[in-house]
Design a protein around this ligand. Structure first.
Ligand code: MTE
Length: 570
């Protein structure tokens, strides 16, 4: 069967490109995928897709036996991207009705989409899409709602890639209908954010506190607490809000916010949340990974209050019989993508039901109602467990024999060997991350900072934390890249505050801030400050990133290193 490069058989080169069997095209694309460098950050993967197209053009030129074609393909990438996407490249482009476009929704029938009034046949691009086959969700319709949701697409080079696939224009009346349907921005209801946050992505909103103030307060103020959203923040009316509890004998339970506050004892837990991708930028420095380029501050410490999950499940009918088959507790959020798919995750039932697990259905953060970005009106807080399982805007809890089938439980937030790449990865082969490994990082001084020789000493500050309730018992600090070490002073509260009593064994949910002042070594101008933490199971951090590198850049917990210069004068 022949694969038509364009529905009309015409290409941006004109009719020069020969029609080739699907297998040959697929082989070429596989080669180009390899040439394009494999896995990467979302943005980088899009750039790679662009480079692949340049290569493809070059290859097409060679196949067509004309240098002119090759030059055209390469030069086209220099064109003004904004105009490229909307400028017809071929006077013979046809006008299609929406009905015709809608017929092309599969690889067999061809995958067509519309954008800004133009029609694109992206069948060939599906295999190259950095976001995988999610692109098929847009098949037969407009790209705008998806690009509004996944704003990484709103870049010139993505438009440029798209322009390669243009086959025609959308009929004027269909375009008008589309415009009225797609004009709303799904992120328009997102809350205001503090300008101090370091933004990693605006839509969805992902940001971390400025590193230099992260260790200034034991409890991170909500406004600068790191924020990790996969989707738009849902607007929830607390008066009509209902939590559904399913999977238990007796047909389930529905609870209003008021029920949660009045029917169950209020429990308060100080717990650190850390994103699996914290410190991903250090993995990126070794070899590029796919994901947001988090620094060292995708971690924060909060005081959470609410009903215990255990109490709610018992009230919903959890009993000895349930314990025989139940293995997981699944959570669903109210935040949805354009297909209506909600965020979801699950935790082992033992953690949920343990009296010492301290899992909360939290309606308060730092003494106030949960802020919109942190899950208003209700989120689950699973102390000691990776951020991804702490589902916000909680709508449904299901006790089950199975894990959540959510994308974020099954196909993300898992660790792999450094040798695993995007062509070989099998997400089913690895367990979902739950408890996180021991972690520490230096917040002060900042990388590249300088200290005055005349000060004679340097103060180093940072945070340390371990998952699963394991308490950090020691932080070692080195000024010479790890040759010699000193032990830092651990703090369990803000300075000036009476030190908090040690938490019961296995329930150390909150981080420890630490500090150490050391004399400046006399005979060097460069310090390589390093920190490493030890938890009460004597787990320690690995010394370098390369052996723990993984394609998603999760679980990045190597010794943290900061280079600082010693200056002689102001
Ligand atoms: N819950 C919902 N409903 N939607 C989300 O996008 N993100 C998860 C988790 N819970 C997420 C969610 C991830 S990956 C993390 S790290 C934490 O929320 C971040 O919580 P925070 O934004 O309150 O810091």
């Amino acid at each position: 069967m022949l694969l038509l490069r364009r529905c009309s058989g015409l290409t941006p080169f004109g009719p020069l490109t020969p029609l080739r069997p699907r297998a040959a095209v697929a082989a070429e694309w596989r080669t180009l995928r390899l040439l394009s460098g494999g896995s990467n950050s979302e943005d980088q993967r899009w750039r790679n897709a662009g480079y692949s197209l340049s290569w493809r053009r070059a290859l097409a030129g060679l196949l067509a036996g004309t240098g002119a074609v090759m030059a055209y393909g390469l030069n086209r990438h220099k064109a003004d991207a904004a105009s490229v996407a909307v400028t017809p490249q071929n006077s013979q482009l046809r006008v299609f009705s929406q009905e015709e476009v809608t017929k092309h929704r599969t690889l067999q029938d061809g995958v067509w989409v519309t954008f800004n009034g133009s029609v694109y046949d992206i069948t060939e691009f599906v295999a190259m899409h950095p976001g995988g086959d999610k692109i098929l969700l847009a098949a037969g319709g407009a790209l705008e709602p998806f690009w509004a949701l996944y704003a990484v697409h709103n870049q010139d080079h993505v438009l440029e890639i798209l322009s390669e696939y243009k086959v025609g224009e959308l009929r004027a009346e269909d375009r008008k209908k589309q415009q009225s349907a797609t004009s709303s921005d799904p992120y328009s209801a997102d809350p205001e954010r503090h300008p101090a946050l370091r933004v990693n992505s605006l839509k969805p909103f992902n940001a971390e506190p400025p590193t230099e103030i992260l260790s200034d307060s034991y409890v991170t103020p909500s406004a600068i607490f790191f924020k990790r959203n996969h989707l738009p923040v849902p607007k929830v009316d607390p008066a009509s809000y209902e939590l559904q509890v399913d999977g238990l004998p007796g047909g389930g339970l529905k609870l209003s916010l008021e029920d949660l506050k009045s029917r169950f004892p209020k429990h308060t837990v100080t717990a650190t949340l850390q994103c699996a991708g914290n410190r991903r930028s250090e993995m990126n420095a070794v070899k590029q990974v796919k994901g947001l380029n988090w620094g060292i501050a995708a971690i924060s410490n909060g005081v959470w209050a609410g009903a215990r999950l255990r109490d709610v499940l018992l009230a919903a009918g959890y009993g000895p019989h349930t314990a025989q088959w139940a293995r997981h507790v699944q959570f669903e959020g109210l935040d949805k993508d354009v297909t209506g798919t909600t965020y979801g995750a699950s935790i082992p039932v033992n953690k949920a039901m343990s009296e010492e697990g301290d899992v909360l259905l939290a309606y308060e953060m730092n003494g106030e109602p949960l802020p919109a970005d942190h899950g208003f009106p209700l989120r689950v807080v699973v102390p000691g467990t990776v951020g991804a399982r702490n589902v916000k805007w909680l709508s449904k809890i299901t006790v089950s024999a199975e894990e959540s089938d959510s994308h974020w439980q099954q196909n993300d937030y898992k660790g792999f060997s450094p040798t695993t790449d995007w062509d070989t990865v099998d997400f089913k082969s690895a367990p979902a991350i739950q408890e996180l490994p021991v972690q520490s990082a230096i917040t002060v001084p900042a990388p590249g900072a300088s200290v005055l020789r005349g000060d004679q000493e340097v103060t180093v500050k940072g945070y340390a934390w371990s998952g699963g309730g394991r308490q950090v018992v020691r932080v070692d600090v080195s000024l010479d890249g790890g040759k010699t070490w000193q032990v830092a002073r651990l703090k369990s509260g803000d300075s000036g505050e009476t030190p908090k009593p040690s938490p019961p064994p296995g329930r150390a949910w909150a981080w420890k801030l630490w500090e150490l002042t050391l004399p400046l070594p006399p005979d060097t101008r460069q310090l390589e400050i390093v920190c490493k933490a030890v938890d009460d199971s004597y787990n320690m951090q690995p010394d370098t990133v390369a052996p723990i590198w993984n394609l998603r850049g999760v679980l990045s917990n190597a010794w943290h290193r900061v280079k600082v210069t010693i200056r002689d004068a102001e």
